[in-house]
Design a protein around this ligand. Sequence first.
Ligand SMILES: NC(=O)c1ccc[n+]([C@@H]2O[C@H](COP(=O)([O-])OP(=O)(O)OC[C@H]3O[C@@H](n4cnc5c(N)ncnc54)[C@H](O)[C@@H]3O)[C@@H](O)[C@H]2O)c1
Ligand SMILES: O=C(O)C[C@H](O)C(=O)O
Length: 339
Amino acid sequence: MALPVKSAGSVMSASLRLVAVRNSSSKPKVAVLGASGGIGQPLGLLLKQDPLIAHLSLYDVVNTPGVAADLSHIDSNAKVSAHTGPAELAAAVEGADVIVIPAGVPRKPGMTRDDLFNTNAGIVRDLCQTIAKVAPKALVAIITNPVNSTVPIAVEVFKKAGSYDKRRIFGVTTLDVVRSQAFVSDLKGTDASKTVVPVVGGHAGITIIPLLSQTSPKVSFTQPEIEKLTPRIQDAGTEVVNAKAGAGSATLSMALAGARFANSLLRALKGEKVVQCAYVESEAVKGVNFFSTPLELGPNGVEKILGVGKVTPFEQKLIDASVPELNKNIAKGVKFVSG
Ligand SMILES: NC(=O)c1ccc[n+]([C@@H]2O[C@H](COP(=O)([O-])OP(=O)(O)OC[C@H]3O[C@@H](n4cnc5c(N)ncnc54)[C@H](O)[C@@H]3O)[C@@H](O)[C@H]2O)c1
Ligand SMILES: O=C(O)C[C@H](O)C(=O)O
């Protein structure tokens, strides 16, 4: 069964909903690193059903054989392989077209995403050291928090290895888009499957900037509605962390978002023009080197950075406020690798 393809008014809108190599791609291989976790397992379930995937490679430091055995009994065409522990990482990622990384610890109530840095920075660095050597042409989608810092970490690792291509490394912000679309359709009674809301900036607190004025199909918001909805979207991750009360953060909605983003990358690899928001190295906003905006994706990853488009004064203020915060997160990531 294919992931549902939503139709919307414009090419950009349609693509944002779902969302343009690597190497071969006649038989696409997708690797999930962190495959046994809260996100990894349902992400594997969704990817196993994606008809674009020929080989689903599951890597984790624990429990991968069980997850792989379970998924391999599903009657879809993707072949599943299991890889456990650092000695099997190279085999897991070798020849991968797309690598999705949800490896790392999640938040508990009271924590910020940045509080995960000490544990997750090293995990992402180590995984990327192998990817940069063994699968430098893969499109790499990083879910692990704090995304605002883990993406710069990945970039520094690839630079050090001499295999950096800024078109190929993505921080996954799709969940912010998915949430915005859910909340807007709830509020306005629009068809959730057709509502499109771009989200720009980063993936933490005030750096998450929903562009409600660019909602498509067009809906109008009162200023009080905007002032209530915007912080709800910014704090939606915390809403889930608190509701789970110590049992982790968003996993199911994140798995959907991750599968949607991976499907976008796979369609782009096949030559389809796809638009999706993601956090990448970007000059879209002055004064900061990484920013999420709508991106045109293609066979080499990012083909074109589409930028933030026309924003309201309220949205511009949010963008301006995000810049110093993002710069702090980025510098922390860069320093972690480069000293
Ligand atoms: N970008 C987003 O929008 C978003 C959304 C939700 C969660 N997250 C983040 O995703 C990450 C994972 O969340 P989760 O709920 O799946 O956590 P989890 O603890 O349930 O699963 C994490 C998995 O990573 C594995 N792991 C740990 N170290 C590893 C390593 N070195 N190599 C490979 N695998 C390793 C663990 O064994 C575990 O199976 C967290 O950092 C969380 O904050 C990001
Ligand atoms: O909030 C978290 O810690 C997880 C994730 O970043 C989310 O937005 O749900």
